[in-house]
Write a protein that binds this ligand. Sequence first.
Ligand code: MIC
Ligand code: SF4
Length: 640
Amino acid sequence: MSMTIAQKIIAAHLVSGDMTPGSEVALRIDQTLTQDATGTMAYLEFETMGIPRVKTELSVAYVDHNTLQSGFENADDHRYLQTVASKHGVHFSRPGNGICHQVHLERFGKPGKTLIGSDSHTPTGGGIGMLAFGAGGLDVAVAMGGGAYYITMPKMFKVELTGKLNPYVTAKDVSLELLRILSVKGGVGAIIEWGGEGVKTLSVPERATITNMGTELGATTSIFPSDETTRAFLAAQGREQDYIPLASDEDAQYDRIISIDLSSLKPMIACPHSPDNVVSVESLKGTKVDQVCIGSCTNSSLMDMLKVASMLKGKTISPNVSLSISPGSKQVLSMLSECGALTDILASGARLLECACGPCIGMGFSPNSGGVSLRTFNRNFLGRSGTKDGQVYLVSPETAVAAALTGYITDPTTFEPMAPIVMPEKFKIDDSAVLAPAPEGNDVQVLRGPNIKEFPKSKPFADTLDASLVLKVGDNITTDHIMPAGAKILPYRSNIPFLSQFCFQVCDPAFPERAKAAGDGVIIGGSNYGQGSSREHAALVPMYLGIRCVIAKSFARIHVANLINAGILPMTFVNPEDYDSLTEGAKLSFSDLTKGMEEGVVTMTDDTGKTYQLSCVMTDRQRAIVTAGGLLNYTKEGGL
Ligand code: MIC
Ligand code: SF4
């Protein structure tokens, strides 16, 4: 049978299941990555499994999110991560070494391998032909223990590229254009493969920008072929031996084909507060800008930074704009420094931040009140920057620099042509900030700080449930709405009781108290509920607050898996118009839950006597996990 690239990698890693779209497949996972904001919870979960050493080919723990140490919490967590990694056979990438996805691409990713990471942008690895998925921390813990990763077999989409990007039009604009076409839910249930003649014109960092932002489409993952460009990149990283060629078969079948002519694209911009709110940069020209941030796992490669330096060279930024630059890794920063480009950046008036996520996750550099901030990042959800009325726009590095120099949104194609930037033949290789694990973990003492609180206990399901409708929200609710991040809250990722005070803060600050008072609770959502990050805290915290079911028009992939892992029953309306009949405060009863879950349709009655049919199609394994009250309870009962 002829296959797509993703189907070939899935077939080579299939543990169980059949590859028909919609059925469940279990995959063997070669590599895992965690970052610190999700990693503390993931390793606490790994520890409860009692497995002495990880069973993957490679597992890496990165510290890149919680790098502002304004109290003991983050520093304690870093120490916990370093020691727990060493004990259990995990490499530890020290704070300052860079953003997980950038470093993993540079130093560890391999074409044809599977990777899961407790971060939704793990698909960045698809830029070198890896099949890489974002997942909840518990799923990563299970994979570290040698367990399979379960996904619904996706449909296959292909983006067929022709032509070549014009000067100042970039890979970021390709991503934004696809978001304009497909929207933030257009990729749900699909793997997006990039092909066509135009692929040859894109470098690995450009491909990685594109696979990174496939996450914003809701796609299961995105992948490029592994070709001579991939070989050259790996060779420049001193890793040519990791190269294998990968391409789809000539007559591989796709469920949908989208054609993009690279030559016809223009610089694009995503307006507040959604990555798919995309228009041309030209259409917003003249809008005054207060802040510009360049970096994040989307646009922090050496190539991006060299372009930025070349545009800034010999110029001074607008006195009304504050410009931050966060290089993606120590490799990027030290190469910028050695070639003098860093001097050009600094001379322009830019502020250099450390090689970390930084402003992308609200770790500093929040915009001024109502400020317009142009960012080369991948997300502009309401409140994510740390300033609730901040107006965050997403752009390419080139569009970002054009705004920093002029003080206004400016189409960079109106600038003088820039000299071409060529990929270095050799990157500077210094892995000294990646600590290898102790050869025998037995003697390593795991150091825990007082911020680490006990994992919340979830309840198994009985056959009936009476619960209150404690919150009703609309479409496209992100995990940043459910469990906000930012410098003030992120240090408490291993303290669920503390975090719970901020649950749904941007939508309804009274929610946590109301949910606690209600006992068993239900949340009603619109379509694409839970899009965005992989943080399992967006399921664990509602579970802690008593939420037993979330009923939505549709769900985002990683979040629905996290709900099941946390023992929360996700259901969708059989008749979507039923959404309109339900109001906050309603008393809801569910009967015959066991039978309903088995048959895939549950009946719910509200206090007016109206009945609702709710779909809960789950595999036997997922049903057993929910019924047990979550994956940890289920594994304790002997499942896995
Ligand atoms: C994000 O970009 O939202 C994050 C922060 O990287 C998250 C992970 C987290 O919440 O810790 C993600 O994308 O999964
Ligand atoms: Fe970090 Fe932002 Fe990338 Fe998330 S999207 S991993 S916060 S840089």
